[in-house]
Ligand binder design. Structure first.
Ligand code: NAI
Ligand code: MG
Length: 354
């Protein structure tokens, strides 16, 4: 088994946590007998922008070629490039051009990570948030009228296509099918948003009918967010439109205290295009260059990438190693009350795999 991986470290702590992600991937490859062919790309970072006036070369798609996956650090250095330019010029290009219509984030409470919800133990919180990543509320359809007058108005349309809704729901039901509880929860608001959201609900019911072995329920987004905090134990796979999924995919990891170590996948499930795996966090200019960054978000993203590539056992082993290192204060980084630097933490995880 040989996998071609495009590696893009990006800015700030992206450049510090990426080598730890690679260290762990290499240890995992040695142990499980597969090969990762890495191609590092020196673009999609703000120094590139400073030199060239753009985030990526015009022919970036050719440069990247057809890797099995893209392993990404973090992008953004607001002193050089405004954030909307660095993000739109790099990460959002990948998401769109590669039709990465699934944004996938685990929400898992782990020992050694302080949980902001009182009284929760590891095992209580273990679910996935799936966000639709290409349509919905984030459309470019709309505009302003009568600007500067009393009749001034703005509007922006929500776009839901059958293809777009069905494919994200299918991903959710397929994922639920692989899990012990086999439960899909749909985020809706069909009481207030009375055209698009009833359509979403209809498509959920329709999709559910092809999955007799998977149970499902739905909550309006307001009570759903409350339940993330009040009853996180009731969730297994939670699926939402672009806007609802955006909110839930930050709230979920925050409830498990993991926003600093959480990973994410931007996935094109059919494999027509590469999927991209990256930590949830950004480039952290406040701690960059000090070897303080927690590499676990990058390493957990590596585990998600291997899982996506079909290396399930390798992915599970990385997760076990992460869980062991999180229990040990001398191996945790300072953001989790430990004393380790970035490399100490990364090496500790890699050693457990060798
Ligand atoms: P951030 O995630 O970079 O930092 C927020 C806070 O969390 C900071 O105090 C930082 O020190 C801490 N933190 C983040 N990751 C950490 C880690 N691995 N270990 C220890 N502490 C960590 O978010 P912020 O400050 O809003 O954004 C900074 C830059 O990152 C901006 O340019 C922004 O656009 C970019 N960004 C990029 C993302 C991406 O590449 N996907 C995602 C979020 C932000
Ligand atoms: Mg967000």
């Amino acid at each position: 088994r040989i996998y071609d991986i495009a590696v893009i470290a990006g800015d700030g702590i992206g450049k510090e946590v990426m080598p730890e992600g690679i260290r762990v991937l290499e240890a995992s490859a040695r142990r499980h007998g597969f090969t990762l062919r890495q191609k590092w790309h020196d673009f999609a970072h703000c120094d590139y922008y400073a030199r060239r006036g753009r985030m990526m070369p015009e022919n970036w798609k050719e440069e990247i070629g057809k890797p099995a996956a893209i392993f990404f650090g973090a992008v953004g250095w607001p002193d050089i490039v405004p954030d909307h330019i660095s993000l739109w010029g790099s990460l959002l290009q990948f998401r769109r051009e590669y039709d990465q219509y699934v944004n996938l984030r685990p929400v898992k409470l782990m020992e050694g990570v302080p949980c902001p919800l009182a009284g929760r133990k590891p095992g209580d919180i273990d679910f996935w948030v799936i966000r639709e990543n290409t349509e919905g509320e984030y459309s470019a359809i709309g505009g302003r009228m009568f600007e500067g007058t009393e009749r001034e108005m703005v509007m922006q349309e929500t776009v839901m296509t059958r293809k777009g809704v069905d494919r994200i729901l299918k991903f959710a039901f397929d994922l639920a099918r692989t899990r012990p509880r086999k439960l899909v929860t749909s985020a809706t608001k069909s009481n207030g948003i009375a055209i698009t959201m009833p359509y979403w609900d209809e498509r959920v019911a329709e999709m559910a009918s092809s999955y007799p072995d998977v149970s499902w329920n739905k909550f309006h987004i307001d009570i759903l967010t409350a339940n993330f905090v009040l009853k996180p134990q009731i969730f297994d796979v939670v699926v939402g439109s672009n806007l609802f999924g955006d909110i839930l995919s930050d709230l979920g990891p925050a409830c498990a205290g993991t926003i600093g170590i959480a990973p994410s996948g931007n996935i094109n499930p059919e494999g027509e295009h590469p999927s991209l795996f990256e930590p949830v966090h950004g480039s952290a200019p406040d701690i960059a260059g000090q070897n303080l960054a927690n590499p676990i978000g990058q390493i957990w993203s590596a585990a998600m990438m291997l899982d996506h590539l079909g290396e399930k056992q390798a992915a599970a082993d990385i997760m076990r190693a992460i869980e062991m290192v999180l229990k040990e204060p001398s191996l945790r980084t300072r953001d989790l009350g430990g004393s380790a630097d970035t490399q100490t933490c990364g090496k500790a995880i890699a050693v457990l795999l060798s």
